[in-house]
Each structure stands twice: as C-alpha cells, then as structure tokens.
Ligand binder design. Structure first.
Ligand code: ADP
Ligand code: MG
Length: 695
C-alpha cells in the first residue's frame, strides 16, 4: 500500500528537495529570489540547474522543457534532451543559462502583431516562484514568454505583474492599520474545475465532439438532469477508478487535489484543489486539465472541458475562489474579532466592490469565449451581467455605514464616525447564493463566470489589477489625511454610495434581474464580440498603464488574439456542421423518409390499409430536409462571404449576426428530424448514448 504522504510531490523540485540538494548559500540566494524577486546570480543558476538535472535524471527524466502558457490558452513545451557530446563521450548536461532562458522557435504562437517576424523567436524566462516538476520523461520548468522588446506574449507575465501590483498597494493599506512586519501580500486562488466524461468509442463517432469539443447537433434525451439524481450521487465504478488514478497523478506533481464529486448533469463531475498562491494555482490548473485528459484516455474515456458540450444540459464552469493573504498568514477578506481588524476588512471589501463595479466589463471579458457565450445565462450558469452577492449580514452592515444608522445586531452600536464605531459582526454562513457571478463566501470571493477550459490567469489579472488600482487610490487618501478614523469612515460611506449598484442578492437567473440591471446601468454583454472591444476602452487602458500590468500595445494584441480565437472557433464549428449535415444527417433523413414512403406505398397500394404514421412522418421529414438543405447552402455561402473581412471586430460581428443564426436554424431542423427518425438510421450516437455511456 502506497501512502499518499510518501509520494505527494515526489515529482516536484520543491523547497524540501532544494534544501536537501543545494548548498546553504545557493539555497539562501534562490530563496531570496523567490520571496523578494531579487535577480538571480549566474553561479547560483548554474548550481540550481546542476542539482535539478541530477534530481530529474534520478527520477527517470531524459529531457527538459521550458513550460509556458502562450495566448492560445493551453500550455506549450519544446523538449531538449540533457545529452551533450564531448571528447570523452556523451554526458548529461544542463546549464544555468538553459534553466534561466530559452528560445523556443515559437513564431507560430499568436502575438497579435507584437512580434515582427524577423524577431519571431521571443524568449522564455524561468519563473522561480513556481516549482519545476517532472511530467513523463521531461523536467518541466515553468517559464514566462516574452518578445525581445519585453512585451508579454503569454498569460503568466501579466499575472506576475498584477500580483506584484496588488501586493504593493495592499501592503500600504495594512501598514496604515499597524501591520509593520508583513513583507508582501499574496492573492490566493482555489479553482474548482467541472468536466464531463464520455466513453471514448462513442465520442469518436461524432465529428462535432472530435473537431470542436461540443455537440453541434442533438435533441434532448428523455431523461436529463430533471431528477437531480446525479448531483453528489454515488460515483460509478469506472469514474471512481478514473478519479483515483487522476488524484495520484496530481498528487505526485504536488497538486493539492482535494474533492472529487458528481455535478448536476449526467456524466458531469468536479474537481477542487486546496487553494494556493495565484501563480501556482494557475500553473496547477493548466496541468490539472492536461492530466485529466491524459488519464481519461487511459481509462477509455474522453474528458470534455468545453463550456457547453450539450445544449439544454448544464455547462461546465470553473469557479475562481479568490482571497488576499499577508505573508504572515492574515486573510484580509476575513471579518476580524476587533474593531480595527473589522475596519481593515471593510476597507478591503469596499475596494473589491468598487473594483468590480468599475471594471465589471473586464471580468466579463476575462470569461469571454465562443463556448462560454452558449453557457452564460443558460441552464444554471450565471448571467452575462456581473454583479456581486454579499449576503444579508454584510449588506446590512454596509447599509448602516452608508446611512449612519445603528446596526441592528449590536444593540448599543451607534454608527458615529470613527473606526471604533464600526460594527462588529459575525461571519455570514447562512445563505449562499449560487446564482451570483461574484459571491462573497465568508472569507473569499467566488467568481463563477469562467468557462471550464479557460486559464484562470486572465480573470486574476483583471481582478488583481483593478483591486490594486482602487487600493492605491484609498492609500493615497488615507496616508495623507489628518484624522484617519474620520477619513476612513467617509471613504467607506462614499464607496458604498457610489458602487452599491453592483450589489445584488436576489435571483441572478431571473428575467427581472436583467431589467433591474439595465435600470442600474450595469453592462450586459451577451457575446464575446459585444464585450471584447471594451478591453481597449480608455478607462481600462489607463488603469492597466497605472498598475503596470499591460501596455497599450499588449492590450491591443490581446484583444485581437481573443477575437481571432473566437472567429476560428466558430469557423471550425460552422464547417463541421455543414459537413455533418451534408454527408451524414441529410443522407440519413433522406434514406429514412424514402423507406417510409416505400412502406406507405406498399401498405396503401398493395393492401389498401391506412398508413397515417408513415405519411405524416415522411411529410414532416421531407419538409425538414428541405430546410436543412437550404440552411446548409446558406451556411456554406455565409462562411465563404465573411471569411475575407479584414477587421477582426467587424469579422466577429459578422459571425455573431450572420453565421450563428444560420447555425442555429440548421440545428433546430436537424434536431427535430432526429426525434422523428428511427434510431438505427441516425448516423451518430445521440445525447442519450453520450450522457449515459459511462457506468
Ligand atoms: P464550495 O464552493 O464548493 O462550497 P469550498 O467553499 O469548500 O467549496 O471551497 C471551494 C474552493 O475554495 C476550494 O478550492 C478551496 O480550497 C478554496 N478556498 C477556500 N478558502 C479559500 C481562501 N481563503 N482563498 C481562496 N480560496 C479558498
Ligand atoms: Mg464553489
């Protein structure tokens, strides 16, 4: 019996390994780099590289790679072996230079025009704050990916910048509350990951799943998730084996996989790790998604990470649980025991409220993908409107502060000016609103808009940068005031007054909320093309410039890349639909209706008996076939017509307004035809088979 504690992190070059294998001087110097961001000395790098190579080869590694996260959203790697040819023969070698910097031939990664082709290489740089690990036979070194001009070409670089920005500003605030020993403030994240498991053989029979990760056709099965019998239900043996195997793989690479359970839809599951520093949480989530797919394949399964693999069934999201913690372990989003702690908590809370209100568009953008457009606002997913849930306790506290009224739970409390008069209150553990896209859950915020396949980097970049910027404004004001208590009280009051429109505790899935949100002036960006362009709005560009997270050129490139990604995704879907319709569905429907007609003939002509079913069905199927033929033509023509639109934004609008409606109409006709066609005629497995295939 292997014990978890024996193998947890066994494939990670972590602190324990470093301490054991590096000289005290080298270890100390590396530690300083990790904790304080000081530059790494060449000799230290060489010593670390040597130790890493020895450790990795002892664990079976033959290659190393700079592991990075280009803007495609997945991770990239280029493997080099450790071997080197010398006069004495082949030796294993890994230099400090190779550890610190790499030059992948990465000209095919998207750069949105940032990297002219003559300097197409860009370079990767070691991020010593995330541990190296072994995957298969390869030592993976987490790295950032930049152009030679220093522009970020990846997701990690801005994330590290945003973490630094928020640390700097949060430190200024805690200093004001008398914390003199904290050296930095970390953002922490726990990312809950939803996914579907489908039998591999059945999956392989559907071109839409193979090419696009979601079903482009499919009528609703007789049984869906109505009974809620899958949610937290007992886990099927084959799934349990997958989860057990996955946990082991994750634990070996040091990922704190904690809970595994079924989700609401049939075949849907969730994995949640224990939270950790945002940078590491992001790397771990990328690795988790990769390992999920690998382990699934070993079990004859396919792990679907698409945001909305099945129409009419719950989509898959990723919940980004976010908090702020000082390096001496104080969670700044936890209501405290003393008035001072509470005042500090309320200040951080108000900073998040203001940030989320002012930069709601950025949070929406961070979750915008072609796939998530189908998920947001449908079947138990948050709407596309960003709002914030606080719960009744906190809402009452804020209300009392705003109006200078007594806070009901503390009888003697008069809301006078000053820190001492701020109410003391209990942690709200009662209602947890599942319909809110951004909910306070006791000591952290949970952002629920992200789709399952997205990297959590973008969301945390937006959140960190926006909150850092607000904290900077708060600190400027409080550092220079003459009466801290009065100023603080005024600041809280003002912030609540100005930004309470973002607070909403009601049902986020209801239609009334859409109307109410509009009245409040909250943005409701339904699709990716609607929101993406706002990334470049002046207020956003200014905020990113102030916090040093993105330059204007970097923002523009990101906007272009995300829109390009949207266009390519929908483009592949449209082409796949046309193909499936023309070569699979229409021939099947045609064959079946012909079969019905020949039976009809036989019955009526030869035997003179009625054939109402055959007649009615054949008639309707023929009508549907006509619609499909027409829509398929239209789809192909539209693909052709819009493919040369140069401007990315214009192109994305054309997809939204001209392509997607045709796809929808084609699907509606095909789905109805499916319900009328004999099972053995249908050319690929239906929802029923897909959703109930794994036992
Ligand atoms: P659920 O949201 O399903 O009720 P939990 O609240 O227990 O589940 O936790 C969800 C995720 O939030 C887990 O990944 C957990 O580690 C993470 N989490 C818990 N506390 C914090 C915190 N202070 N900061 C960030 N993430 C946290
Ligand atoms: Mg959750």
């Amino acid at each position: 019996m292997e014990r978890i504690t024996d193998y947890f992190g066994s494939l990670v070059f972590n602190d324990t390994v470093m301490k054991a294998r590096l000289s005290p001087e080298v270890y100390g110097s590396l530690k300083k780099t990790i904790e304080e961001g000081s530059a790494l000395d060449n000799n230290v790098a060489s010593a670390v590289a040597e130790a890493m190579k020895d450790w990795a080869t002892e664990h079976g590694a033959t290659h190393f790679t700079h592991w990075f996260q280009p803007l495609t959203g997945i991770t990239a790697e280029k493997h080099d072996s450790f071997i080197s040819n010398t006069d004495e023969g082949v030796i294993l070698e890994f230099s400090g230079k190779e550890l610190i910097k790499g030059e992948p031939d990465a000209s095919s990664f998207p750069s949105g025009g940032l990297r002219a082709t003559f300097e197409a290489r860009g370079y990767t740089a070691w991020d010593p704050t995330s541990y190296a690990f072994i995957k298969g036979k390869t030592l993976c070194i987490p790295t950032a990916f930049c152009s030679y001009g220093g522009e970020a070409l990846d997701k990690k670089t801005p994330l590290l910048r945003s973490m630094e920005a928020i640390s700097r500003q949060a430190l200024r605030i805690v200093r004001l509350f008398g914390n003199t020993d904290a050296k930095h403030v970390d953002t922490c994240v726990g990312a809950e990951q939803e996914y579907f498991l489908i039998d591999k053989k059945i999956h392989g029979q559907r071109k839409d799943l193979v090419f696009t990760g979601r079903t482009l056709f499919g009528a609703k099965p007789p049984k869906g998730q109505e009974l809620d019998d899958h949610y937290f239900g007992s886990i099927k043996p084959r799934v349990a084996e997958f989860m057990e195997d996955l946990d082991k793989e994750l634990w070996r690479v040091g990922i704190l996989a904690k809970t595994e359970h079924n989700e609401a839809a049939p075949a849907q599951h969730e994995l949640a790790p224990i939270y950790t520093t945002t940078n590491i949480a992001t790397d771990h989530n990328q690795l988790t998604m990769e390992l999920m797919q690998k382990v699934a394949a070993r079990h004859g399964l396919v792990c679907l990470l698409h945001e909305k693999p099945f129409a009419g069934v719950n989509g898959s999201g990723k919940h980004n649980n976010w908090s702020l913690r000082t390096d001496n372990g104080v969670n700044l989003l936890k209501p405290g025991d003393t008035p001072y702690e509470n005042a500090q908590f309320l200040l951080f809370l108000c900073a998040v409220i203001k940030a989320v209100d002012e930069y709601a568009d950025l949070l929406r953008i961070s979750s915008a993908t072609a796939g998530n457009d189908h998920r947001l606002g449908a079947n138990e997913a948050p709407p596309a409107i960003v709002s914030m849930f606080l719960g009744s306790e906190l809402t009452n506290v804020l209300c009392a502060i705003e109006n200078d009224t007594p806070y009901s739970k503390t009888e003697r409390m008069e809301m006078l000016f000053g820190v001492d008069s701020l109410p003391k209150f209990l942690r709200d553990t009662t209602d947890r609103n599942r319909t809110s896209p951004f909910a306070f859950t006791g000591n952290k915020f949970e952002f629920r808009m992200l789709g399952a396949p997205s990297s959590i980097a973008d969301t945390n970049v937006m959140l960190n940068a926006a909150v850092a910027d607000v904290l900077c404004g708060f600190a400027d004001r409080l550092e220079n005031c003459s009466d801290f208590d009065t100023e603080l009280h005024e600041l809280l009051k003002e912030t609540i007054k100005d930004h309470k429109r973002i607070l909403f505790d009601g049902n986020g899935y209801g239609d009334e909320w859409v109307k109410e949100a509009e009245k409040r002036g909250l943005p409701n960006f339904k699709t990716t093309p609607d929101c993406m362009i706002h990334l470049l709005d002046e207020k956003n560009a200014d905020m990113f410039a102030r916090t040093g997270v993105f330059s204007a050129a970097e923002l523009k490139s990101r906007c272009d890349i995300m829109l390009d990604n949207y266009m390519k995704t929908v483009g592949i879907e449209a082409a796949t639909m046309a193909d499936m319709s023309r070569r699979q569905i229409m021939p099947a429907v045609s064959a079946y209706s012909a079969e019905l007609v020949s039976r009809l003939d036989k019955k009526t002509a030869s035997y003179r008996i009625t054939a109402k079913y055959e007649l009615k069905t054949a008639k309707r199927l023929s009508e549907l076939l006509d619609i499909m033929a027409e829509k398929t033509d239209e789809l192909e023509q539209t693909i052709d017509k819009i493919k040369d639109i140069e401007d990315v934004a214009e192109h994305s609008y054309a997809i939204r307004d001209r392509l997607l409606p045709v796809m929808e109409a084609l699907r509606a006709a095909a789905d109805e035809a499916e319900t009328l066609t004999a099972e053995e005629y249908w050319p690929f497995p239906t929802y029923e088979k897909l959703l109930f295939s794994v036992n």
